[in-house]
Design a protein around this ligand. Sequence first.
Ligand SMILES: CC(C)(COP(=O)(O)OP(=O)(O)OC[C@H]1O[C@@H](n2cnc3c(N)ncnc32)[C@H](O)[C@@H]1OP(=O)(O)O)[C@@H](O)C(=O)NCCC(=O)NCCS
Length: 198
Amino acid sequence: MGESDACRESMADARRRFDAFRRGEIPHREFVYPLRHHTERTDFCPCEMASGGLTRLVLWQLRYTVASFALLLPWSSVKIFLLRRLGAKIGRNVYISPRVWIDPMLPELLTIKDNVLVGVGARIGLHELSIGHFRAGRVVLREGANIGGFALIGPGVEIGRRACVAAAAVVRRDVPPGATILGNPGRIFETRPKEPSA
Ligand SMILES: CC(C)(COP(=O)(O)OP(=O)(O)OC[C@H]1O[C@@H](n2cnc3c(N)ncnc32)[C@H](O)[C@@H]1OP(=O)(O)O)[C@@H](O)C(=O)NCCC(=O)NCCS
């Protein structure tokens, strides 16, 4: 066993910390667990659970299936109803367009405040496996935010009040209130001064 392995939190302890994070008992925005390799089996993904018991596995798979099914439905109100039952916090007057993808593994990490539009085909990731770590992060879409069609929002990102994410933009960092984000990687769009007319 290497020195870094000896220092590493055990999988059972990490799972308990992860469960507390999912339940909101740990207020941090992100949960991170270092990996030796990105194919290392962990207890964090329903498809990967190395241990933790059959009941936990079946329950999680059921939740995953309901969330995946909900997102296939075209009706925003039905999607919102089912996502709320799975722990997502969704405010009033929210519209979730058809073909929006919300990470079905961890819907409880998503908060959508009032008057938010999530455009067609937008994607919201709530966890990721990288070469060096597993990471899960809360996503918050603040009041009046507008998420453009086919945009991608990564785990741990907060979209500020009345901010606009352009169609197909890729957002990996927080977006300040009122800002417009364009492109990949997403950058704040600043209106150019108009050319003086002759
Ligand atoms: C970002 C957005 C709000 C900008 O709208 P706007 O204020 O009217 O701005 P304009 O259309 O005048 O475009 C301003 C500049 O941004 C560029 N731009 C606009 N949308 C862009 C996008 N999605 N990606 C990259 N660049 C974009 C334009 O080409 C233009 O560039 P220029 O100044 O070099 O000519 C709009 O284009 C957008 O993407 N809205 C989201 C719509 C959507 O998907 N709704 C949900 C559907 S269900």
